[in-house]
Write a protein that binds this ligand. Structure first.
Ligand code: TXA
Ligand code: MG
Length: 329
């Protein structure tokens, strides 16, 4: 665990407009001062990400919600009360002062309070510095379109040498990104999930009083409103194919002698260069997913075969990430 001096240094780097990677409970984030457009530009440069993609602003608590957002419906406070700190991002109308560099030019802003103690300590230390508005803009700390990092070593692989500091907080507990819930069109569209993620949608339903709808992303929809919505995302460099359990049991490599890896949650006796057995339960599976994809990706395989999880609500977030990984060219 980094000590206070390391955290103070990280907070001072943020204040100075530099980039600091830090752990959250979902994945590692690449942080910059959200009120400083020049600092935010550095995020896009380091990631190689198009600058019209909006970023999530990380706050230390819900007290500062109204500093960043306006027209906040009461349900936003109820959700924040119930799930912050935690893997839920709320999309709300932004305050006029919030830089458009953070919001991808939109009139909404994504806000969340992460649950990792180091993230909270960093945001608090940053918030206390003179001139700070207390918001840390942070996308996942990977190169654009690649697998999100769930350890400090992953961040080093992705962005080492490009950023001022990496805080090491161990392996991320949740392992996939936050659930994104759009409340900015509540009156016309209701609460909509833009990206399924680390929060069980049934728990959202308990607060909302109904199941939130999932906003469908069409294949031709290249709008960067939610960058995770680009179909090819969260992807290993090795091609990945999703197959159902029965097909996997009898799977033969497309070319004889091909090197292929398997990601399976069923106890199947498959012949492959490399097999990673995943938990048969979605929360534990999510925790391990990105590290497993990285491990297979590092083995110079011709193909990764992933056993398609059940098409149930609880597996939704994992299925979403696997589909996107499979869609990559
Ligand atoms: O768990 C997470 O959410 C992680 C950790 C670091 O907090 N962050 C993360 O950030 O996944 P990123 O940038 O990789 O994904 C954030 C998503 C993007 O798909 C972005 O388009 C969407 O949030 N987003 C941010 N602000 C938005 C807005 N105003 N409207 C719609 N989507 C927004
Ligand atoms: Mg990302």
């Amino acid at each position: 665990m980094p000590n206070t001096a390391i955290l103070q240094k990280a907070a001072a780097l943020l204040q100075a407009g530099e980039l600091v990677a830090f752990p959250t409970e979902t994945v590692y984030g690449l942080g910059a001062d959200a009120a400083n457009p020049l600092a935010v530009q550095k995020i896009f440069a380091a990631k190689g990400r198009p600058s019209d993609h909006p970023l999530i602003v990380h706050l230390s608590d819900m007290e500062s919600l109204a500093h960043w957002a306006t027209e906040i419906p009461p349900v936003a406070y109820q959700l924040a009360e119930a799930f912050w700190p935690g893997p839920l991002t709320l999309i709300l109308k932004k305050q006029a002062w919030v830089p458009t560099a953070v919001t991808g030019g939109q009139d909404t802003v994504g806000l969340r309070t992460p649950a990792h103690p180091l993230a909270l300590q960093l945001i608090r230390a940053f918030a206390e510095l003179p001139g700070s508005r207390g918001g840390v803009a942070a996308p996942s700390a990977n190169r654009f379109g690649r697998i999100s990092p769930t350890t400090a070593a992953h961040v080093q692989e992705e962005l080492g040498g490009r950023i001022a500091q990496i805080l090491d907080g161990g392996a991320c507990q949740v392992g996939i990104e936050s659930t994104i819930l759009d409340l900015s069109r509540l009156h016309t569209h209701g609460a909509e999930i833009l990206r399924p993620g680390g929060l069980d949608p049934m728990r959202l339903a308990e607060v909302l009083g109904e199941m939130p709808k999932l906003r469908e992303v069409k294949a031709q929809d290249n709008a960067p409103r939610v960058s995770g919505s680009l179909l090819s995302h969260y992807a290993p460099t090795t091609p990945l194919q999703l197959v159902d359990s029965a097909t996997l049991a009898g799977f033969l490599p497309p070319q004889p002698g091909a090197r292929y890896g398997v990601l399976a949650y069923s106890p199947l006796a498959v012949h492959a260069t490399s097999v990673i057995t995943m938990p048969a339960e979605p929360v534990a599976y999510a925790h391990k997913l990105y590290a497993a994809l990285r491990e297979l990706d590092a083995q110079n395989l011709d193909l990764i075969i992933a056993e398609a999880p059940p098409a149930t609500l609880l597996w939704n977030a994992v299925c979403d990430r696997l589909r996107r990984a499979a869609a990559a060219k």
